[in-house]
Design a binder for this molecule. Structure first.
Ligand SMILES: Nc1ncnc2c1ncn2[C@@H]1O[C@H](COP(=O)(O)OP(=O)(O)O)[C@@H](O)[C@H]1O
Ligand SMILES: CC(C)(COP(=O)(O)O)[C@@H](O)C(=O)NCCC(=O)O
Ligand SMILES: [Mn+2]
Length: 926
């Protein structure tokens, strides 16, 4: 066979007549054979076709939906910023909300098969930044630079009234005049304790992996029920400059039960005097290298090196903090190691706070103690000290818990307290969904301050100087690219003259003196993306224990090192594809460099600090890669690939359908499943497959895969049970009412695998809902692409065309994702085929946050089909759904096959799980 020849024939074919009936060979276009198609694919994938592809018409908005508008709309404006501040004795914490215009409001009247201007998911981002209180001008510069003080669309235009900003902490009283004169803002005071509790309850209720225990370097995240019923009561110990202890009994129920003046300010104040450290982080770092026994008087110092056994004190227990100093009268401050004093001080403060916390927890019978405030700073040593002390005092009965957003509790609480007025829409979004985890996704953007510029930027003659005050809305990637362009002599006419603001790698945070909450050894706080259009998938059997990733690389060292290695090795090939997608321009090259650096940095960070992003599995890391591509300006890297594979596959669909229709039912069912599994080999995310495509042997591999499929059993093979159920359905006049099919790749996978399977279900009277990605990821098909593709398939398949038409009519009627329709004599001739978005932009599926349509579609669904290695194996392989479930994939990775199935690369998996209690399908009600 000659691939080139075959591929020429492929491109010469005409489209089918849309009016032709399904499966009628005479009326079908002259199409390729199945193997011709494979040959054409080989040609398509290895050719270096330089023809420009059209720009992706994918939406800018993260999420689209055809369902009814969620009740929440954000303000109709291009750009909104809103913020609240917590001005403490040591630090100012700022929480601000940005809405970047890309999340546009939806338009009504969408039709199934949708148009590209229907965009749902009005949302935004919550950012967390802090400044030192003594550097208030930097805070003002930052606010000004982000134009936060203008509060666009806040309803104050022309009214003369000053925009109001919620503020808590002592500075809300102290700095009223400064905010007014410098920024023209009026501070509205919010109670500090109320803010703390509101912020903490919000975080623990909606942020995944917010609270955790810390013991000997290991963080264990606690899970809180979605309704936070198991959260209360708890003790909140906020260690700021001073310390407050609050007993929290419910969402608005709390009491400040105690406090102490020996807090973070004491540690930092005394520490600075004793050690000469000039930064807090330096003091913390120093404490890790100290030996407190040179400063602290230990039990052993008093008892001649012995334990005081009778009262259970070991010789190494501190008897008197800093007491040893009195034993060495001739020594002065210089004779003590700064590190020893830093450690003794850290222990003194921490143990004292822990003891007061323990006593209060005991008094009020509270088992959980959460520690917050910036004193902790995600610092392992401080957390271990507090954990040790709580364990020690409570004799193991109580646990110290920590919060990832530890320092921002009050500021976030103040932000959440806006009710009416300036930001009512934003606040409504937050408060109505306050307990819905689906709406809050934390994303970790590598900050430019960690960036070391590429050689050309370093070589550039960009002069150092003060930061440019007039802030632009440019992302750091854009700034970086501008520097690159300038240094490469490519400065465009829109580019500003070289200025330090555009110096590669200088983040706005560095420029304005702000910090994010990251300490190299500590926890990272990301940007909280608020998306009101996401929902938890209602068919999850046990939502509270649901984990999207089957393999948690933050916990398993072997898996971590393997997967990080795999993804690192893929960076060059991904960049190459990314570059080609933009055309090989200088700008594309710079975006590519940014991507390489950005994703590479994440991987490096994970390698060094596995728990830096909380629980982190393959699902998250693969999504992060897509996020990095998007952040660096790549909209759809595999667009060209997807298009050519789709075009090739659609041409052979008629032949395939005709072949299938000629088979008896049991043979057809097997052939359909084989088609899905074989089609799933077209995966541009698998290094093994990409290597195969490069060598031009895709045809052999595919043929091999298909022939291997013939030799059942597959690695996981529940086909017989599935077939039995399908055959029984027919025989007993029962059927699935609605199947939700979560599809994977473009080309053969969707066209020759999944669409024929969907068609089979439609023919059996099942309503079919196909959910595809909202945003591109690898070569996965997007919902928008699939709508076009399905229309094309409809030209050669009446069942598909009729299905789309029925779905459209129902969609128009209900103006939302319809419920399962009763079957009556007046029912349309064809079962509906809905094509919706899944709400996601990665190659895996997080069922905790799916689109509105997908959540609606679940109502009455009795079959869920998950397809592909990402969606059915990396994520969800062990997930139980509250209905029959089919998981189908080819495993294109050796490690995964070995880990999960003791199998080999290219193994096939067909897992069929039936609901407990047997047949879940429903009788036909005609
Ligand atoms: N960069 C920093 N500068 C000063 N103090 C810091 C820094 N990082 C952490 N800290 C610690 O955090 C404490 C302040 O915590 P915070 O929760 O912000 O309280 P407050 O609202 O009283 O300022 C300081 O007393 C110090 O112990
Ligand atoms: C990203 C993927 C999950 C996509 O697989 P698919 O869902 O398309 O079957 C998969 O290609 C993958 O795990 N790739 C990385 C591992 C490797 O190169 O083997
Ligand atoms: Mn895929």
């Amino acid at each position: 066979m000659e691939p080139a020849k075959m591929s020429m024939r492929t491109t010469g074919e005409e489209d089918a007549d849309p009016g032709k009936q399904d499966g009628d060979p005479d009326t079908l276009p002259k199409s390729q054979s199945y193997l011709d198609f494979l040959a054409s694919l080989t040609g398509a994938s290895i050719s270096r076709d330089s023809q420009e592809m059209p720009q992706p018409s994918t939406p800018k908005g993260a999420h689209r939906s055809l369902g009814s508008a969620p009740s929440i709309h954000l303000p109709h404006m291009q750009y909104v910023n809103h913020f609240a501040v917590d001005i403490g004795g040591s630090l100012v914490k700022l929480v601000y909300f940005s809405h970047h215009g890309e999340d546009r409001d939806r338009k009504d009247g969408a039709e199934q098969g949708g148009s590209s201007d229907v965009i749902a998911g009005a949302g935004g981002r919550l950012h967390f930044v802090k400044f030192e209180s003594r550097r208030l001008p930097q805070l003002f510069d930052f606010i000004e630079s982000k134009r936060m003080h203008i509060l666009e669309g806040a309803g104050t235009e022309g009214g003369g009234a000053k925009p109001i900003v919620k503020a808590t902490g002592g500075g809300a009283y102290k700095h009223v005049e400064d905010f007014s004169s410098r920024l023209g803002l009026e501070l509205e005071k919010v109670d500090e304790m109320e803010s703390l509790v509101t912020g903490t309850n919000f975080l623990l209720s909606v942020i995944q992996d917010e609270g955790f225990t810390f013991w000997k370097g290991k963080k264990d995240y606690i899970s809180i029920q979605n309704d936070s019923s198991d959260l209360f009561p708890y003790l909140l110990v906020n260690i700021g400059s001073g310390v407050s202890l609050l007993k929290v009994d419910g969402h608005n129920q709390y009491e400040r039960v105690s406090g102490t003046s020996l807090g973070g300010g004491t540690f930092w104040g005394l520490g600075r005097l004793l050690t000469g450290c000039t930064s807090f982080d330096e003091l913390l770092e120093l404490s890790t290298r100290g030996d407190n026994s040179s400063v602290d008087m230990l039990v052993g110092d008093i008892y001649g090196g012995l334990d005081y056994e009778k009262i259970g004190l070991e010789a190494t227990t501190i008897a008197s903090s800093f007491g040893k100093i009195l034993m060495n009268e001739d020594k002065s401050l210089e004779d003590y190691e700064p590190a020893d004093m830093a450690l003794a001080l850290c222990r003194m403060i921490s143990y004292n706070i822990a003891q007061i916390a323990y006593l209060n927890a005991k008094k009020y019978n509270l088992k959980r103690i959460f520690f917050g405030g910036f004193f902790i700073r995600g610092h392992p040593f401080t957390m271990q000290t507090l954990s040790y002390a709580i364990n020690f005092w409570s004799k193991g009965e109580m646990r110290a818990l920590f919060l990832r957003h530890e320092g921002f509790l009050g500021a976030l609480g103040a932000f959440l307290m806006y009710e009416e007025g300036v930001s009512s829409n934003i606040i409504r979004t937050l408060s109505e969904r306050r307990h819905s985890r689906a709406n809050f996704v934390e994303r970790f953007s590598i900050q430019a301050k960690h960036y070391s510029p590429p050689p050309q930027a370093q070589d550039s003659q960009v002069p150092p100087g003060p930061p440019q005050r007039a802030h632009s809305e440019k992302s750091w990637v854009e700034k970086f690219m501008q520097v690159g362009r300038l240094s490469a002599g490519l400065g465009g006419k829109d580019d500003p003259p070289s200025s330090p603001d555009y110096a590669a790698g200088v983040s706005e945070y560095d420029l304005w003196g702000a910090e994010t909450n990251s300490l190299s050894s500590g926890l990272e706080v990301g940007v909280l993306h608020v998306d009101p259009s996401l929902y938890q998938f209602p068919l999850l059997e046990d939502p509270s224990s649901y984990e999207p990733s089957v393999i948690d690389i933050s916990m398993d060292e072997e898996q971590r090192s393997y997967w990080i290695g795999v993804l690192e090795r893929q960076i060059p090939s991904t960049s190459e594809k990314a570059m080609a997608s933009l055309g090989e321009t200088e700008e594309a090259k710079q975006k590519c460099d940014a991507f390489k650096w950005m994703f590479g940095s994440h991987l490096e960070k994970l390698r060094k600090e596995p728990q830096v992003y909380g629980k982190f599995g393959l699902s998250e890391i693969l999504e992060m890669r897509e996020e990095c591509l998007r952040e660096c300006g790549f909209k759809d890297v595999y667009l060209r690939q997807k298009k050519s594979e789709n075009e090739a596959a659609i041409k052979v669909l008629p032949d395939l359908l005709a072949e299938l229709d000629a088979m008896d039912e049991p043979t057809r069912l097997l052939s359909l499943i084989e088609g899905v599994l074989a089609g799933n080999i077209f995966d541009w995310g698998s290094q093994a497959c990409v290597e195969l495509y490069k060598n031009g042997t895709i045809l052999d591999i595919y043929k091999q895969a298909r022939s291997d499929l013939k030799s059942r059993p597959w690695r996981v093979d529940h086909f017989d049970a599935f077939r039995a159920k399908m055959l029984a359905h027919t025989a007993a006049n029962r059927r699935y009412r609605r199947a939700i099919i979560l599809v994977d790749n473009s080309g053969a996978d969707i066209v020759l695998g999944m669409l024929p399977l969907a068609r089979e279900l439609l023919q059996r009277g099942t309503e079919v809902v196909i959910a595809a990605n909202s945003l591109p990821a690898l070569n996965d098909i997007t919902a928008q692409e699939l709508r076009q593709l399905a229309k094309q398939a409809g030209r050669v398949c009446q069942v598909i065309r009729g299905g789309l038409e029925t779905a459209n009519a129902l969609y128009k009627k209900y103006r939302t994702m319809p419920q399962v329709q009763p079957v009556t004599p007046a029912s349309p001739a064809y079962s509906p085929l809905y094509i919706i978005e899944n709400g996601q932009g990665g190659p895996c599926l997080n069922m905790r946050r799916v689109s509105h349509d997908l959540a609606m579609a679940a109502e009455g669904a009795d079959l869920v089909v998950l397809e592909g290695m990402g969606r059915a194996i990396h994520s969800n392989y062990t997930t139980d759904f509250a209905c029959d479930t089919l998981k189908l994939a080819m495993v294109k990775n050796r490690m995964l096959a070995e880990t999960l199935f003791n199998g080999e690369i290219y193994d096939c998996v067909m897992k069929f799980e039936t609901m407990r209690g047997g047949l879940s399908a429903h009788p036909v009600t005609t």
